[in-house]
Write a protein that binds this ligand. Structure first.
Ligand code: ADP
Length: 268
């Protein structure tokens, strides 16, 4: 609390009263701390790939260039690290646009099943390469319609943004599930909402990490996230997009068994 005291004097300059103003600055302090933590995080996240790029470029210049095999390996690392930086910058820009509400959602009424099927189709190849079975299972409790065109599961959303939510959740499920695992996507219907689930049979998340999972740059296992090329921003973006659509995110996970990430969207 910040305290401001102004004395009130009488004609003889005696203090006869005082005006005390108390300012609750805890929220402001919290914001300031979050901002400086964020800047520190971004700097750290960028410094790591830049250091790698510089290190390998220097080694190449110092002679490694003469050995074609070593050179190729180093250039591959430089390329991967540059891609990571590009992704990080793109994610940061995305997040800051959504947070500052600069992004106007381009909402249309669409068939949610169609959107999920299209997104799953796009990621199928990626899952296959990782040796993981990825499938869309339809609406829970309903016999699956032969074609999603018959489906009445409609939502009023920005399709690109909701597709991005699905891409982030499914890509995570792929990254944190080993070969031979599986990922299932399905919809659950409630009176006012649809809930989309992305469930994997992967490594799972310890219970103590779950409350902080959707924070920017929060990772359960830094090494693993780095190896999978993660930026630590995927879930923060998911949360912002879902909340901008008046939905909520949930996660249920059993460490060592798998995770079930879900989000709700209002029904049309
Ligand atoms: P990252 O780029 O590191 O994947 P995210 O914000 O997408 O960042 O996820 C934050 C962290 O949550 C990850 O680093 C990982 O530890 C954990 N996580 C996310 N999805 C899963 C999942 N399906 N299974 C296990 N852990 C996950």
């Amino acid at each position: 609390v910040e305290v401001n005291i102004t004395p009130i004097l009488d004609v003889y300059q005696n203090v006869i009263a005082a005006v005390v103003v108390l300012h609750d600055v805890s929220e402001w302090r919290r914001m300031e701390r979050m901002r400086s933590e964020f800047v520190a995080n971004v700097s750290h996240e960028l410094r790591t790939p830049v250091t790698a790029v510089k290190g390998f470029a220097e080694t190449l210049l110092d002679g490694a260039l003469n050995d074609p095999e070593t050179a190729k390996a180093f250039i591959t690392i430089i390329n991967d690290e540059s891609e990571r930086m590009t992704r990080l910058i793109a994610d940061l820009l995305d997040l800051s646009r959504i947070e500052s509400k600069q992004t106007i959602l381009d909402k249309v009424t669409i068939n949610l099943e169609q959107l999920i099927e299209d997104t799953v189709y796009k990621l199928e190849h990626h899952a296959q390469r990782a040796g993981i079975a990825l499938a869309y299972r339809g609406v829970l409790g309903r016999a699956s319609s032969d074609t999603s065109l018959e489906s009445d599961v409609c939502v009023h959303v920005d399709p690109d943004r909701i597709s991005q939510v699905l891409i982030n959740l499914i890509s995570n499920a792929i990254a944190y599930t080993g070969e031979g695992g599986s990922i299932e996507v399905w919809i659950e219907e409630q009176p006012d909402t649809y809930t989309v689930h992305v469930k994997d049979t992967g490594i799972g998340i310890p219970e103590s990490d779950i409350p902080r999972l959707f924070e920017r740059f929060y990772r359960v296992d830094k090494t693993r996230s780095r190896k999978s090329g993660g930026t630590g921003l995927g879930l923060a973006i998911v949360k912002h997009i879902v909340e901008a659509h008046k939905g909520k995110v949930h996660v249920y996970s059993v460490y060592g068994k798998g995770s079930d990430f879900s989000f709700t969207l209002p029904r049309v």
